[in-house]
Design a protein around this ligand. Structure first.
Ligand code: AMP
Ligand code: ZN
Length: 114
């Protein structure tokens, strides 16, 4: 766990551009934004991939979505629309193995994604 990038941001060992800090969830701006709003929402607990979710994680995963909704509303994306995405493992392009919900907004987003 000590070599996990997002655990290091959680612990303040490397800087993160934090936009939300809660008891169980953090959110920070993506370092390589793909839209005017590109925020990553993570659980404080290290969970490597969606495959590792267990029933005990239900509350924190729900909280992650409520934080996404709140940030989207604060940035006036609620009416126009926005996207939330979890990538899981290689075929989906997951590169950081601490689950994170991408919140993308502020432009028209194509579908299907690449
Ligand atoms: P994924 O491909 O779903 O694993 O997404 C990982 C995301 O983490 C990418 O969008 C990266 O741009 C982002 N990222 C990588 N390093 C950092 C960092 N130090 N701070 C913020 N975001 C990062
Ligand atoms: Zn981690």
């Amino acid at each position: 766990m000590s070599d996990c990038l997002f655990c290091k941001i959680r612990d303040g060992e490397i800087p993160g551009d934090l936009v939300y800090e809660g008891d169980s969830v953090l959110a920070f701006n993506d370092i390589n934004p793909q839209a005017p709003t590109h925020v990553l929402i993570i659980p404080r607990e290290h969970i490597a991939t969606l495959n590792d979710l267990e029933p005990k994680h239900s509350d924190v995963v729900g909280e992650m979505h409520l934080v996404a909704q709140q940030i989207a509303r604060e940035r006036d994306h609620a009416e126009d629309g926005y996207r939330t995405v979890f990538n899981c493992n290689a075929a989906a392009g997951q590169t950081v193995f601490h689950i994170h919900l991408h919140l993308l907004g502020g432009r028209n987003l194509g579908w299907p994604p690449g």
